[in-house]
Design a protein around this ligand. Structure first.
Ligand SMILES: [Zn+2]
Length: 66
């Protein structure tokens, strides 16, 4: 199972969604260590939301191989 976690890149005004294997705390598929708040997604006023392309690649590869 997978879930999405948002990482706030406040300096760029972006909210980046990573894919995380359920059960791990902060280990996205792209391997970038995240500083995640354990609660809900961070709120960033007027943030542009986008998906982490590395996570998306790894996610689709994982789906195909399962
Ligand atoms: Zn990622």
């Amino acid at each position: 199972m997978y879930e999405m976690r948002a990482e706030a890149a406040a300096d760029r005004g972006e909210l980046i969604w990573h894919v995380i294997t359920k059960g791990t705390s902060a280990s996205p598929l792209c391997g970038v260590p995240l500083e995640l708040s354990t609660a809900s997604a961070p709120q960033l006023e007027g943030a542009v939301e986008r998906y982490c392309s590395s996570c998306m690649d790894a996610f689709s590869a994982a789906l195909k191989s399962s």
